[in-house]
Structures are given as structure tokens and as C-alpha cells.
Design a protein. Structure first.
Length: 144
């Protein structure tokens, strides 16, 4: 149901983990995800811990789904001295090419415990249907 749009995305992700770079709006970091089919829905789960819902942007243009998020630093008082900072900050993005068999008009999004879950229904035209054979010679009728 999904097509990878950038074959080097995984290499970029590994490099970012090793170097520890933060994402920017012009060069965002990737976010880990799972994608699976559950009944008549295609489900995409993206890890975004520590990101507030107002910092998440979800767009669909034609069949391209884009999710962008920004994890901002915690507000610190002037007398706070940072001892350790390992949590990645900055901009995260993921683009997915969706198949024509998905109904992009009815995508739903939920955000709970740092996981953004998108549910995309399978389009009616992509679901299996029965084809009845009519009485006349060679005549077929499609019922859907």
C-alpha cells in the first residue's frame, strides 16, 4: 500500500543517529514508523514522543502524505545548567506515497502517549466483490 519515496532515507536516519544532528525545516530528521493493515483500514503509527499536538502538521496532496513535527527544547530558567542532553530536538518529517486503493478523503488521526496513529480506509473500489454470470450466452453482470 505504501511506496518508498527516498531510497537513501534509511542511510540518512542511521547517519543522524551516529552524528546526533538535529533536524531543520530545510533538512528534517526522520521519525520511526510502523505501517500495517487492520481490517478495512491501513494504519500508520509514528513515534513522536515529547511533541505537542500543535507542533504536528499532516497534509495529503494527491497521493502524497506528509507528516511534519517539531520537538522544541523545554523552557529553562536562567539558573539551570544542562548536564546531559540526548533527546533529539528539531524538525521531523516523513513522506509516504499512498496507493490509489486508499481513501485519502477519510484519513483520521489520533495522538496518544507520543504515538501519532493515522487510519486510512481502503477504498470501496479496491475491496473484493462478486461477479454474477447472467442467463444469456456470454453476458456478465458486475455487482458491487
Amino acid at each position: 500500500m505504501l511506496m518508498r519515496t527516498d531510497p537513501f532515507r534509511e542511510l540518512d536516519r542511521l547517519t543522524q543517529q551516529l552524528v546526533g544532528s538535529t533536524g531543520t525545516w530545510s533538512r528534517p530528521s526522520t521519525m520511526p514508523m510502523d505501517a500495517f493493515r487492520e481490517g478495512d483500514d491501513y494504519v500508520i503509527a509514528l513515534d513522536l514522543p515529547g511533541v505537542s499536538t500543535d507542533a504536528i502538521d499532516i497534509d495529503v496532496e494527491r497521493n502524497m502524505l506528509t507528516v511534519k513535527a517539531e520537538r522544541r527544547p523545554l523552557a529553562k530558567a536562567d539558573d539551570v545548567q544542562m548536564e546531559l542532553s540526548e533527546r533529539p530536538l528539531g524538525v521531523f518529517s516523513r513522506q509516504l506515497m499512498l496507493a490509489d486503493t486508499l481513501d485519502t478523503e477519510h484519513i483520521s488521526a489520533d495522538y496518544d502517549a507520543g504515538v501519532l496513529t493515522l487510519r486510512i480506509p481502503i477504498a470501496e473500489r479496491a475491496k473484493p466483490r462478486k461477479i454474477a454470470i447472467g442467463e444469456g450466452a456470454g453476458r456478465k453482470q458486475i455487482s458491487g
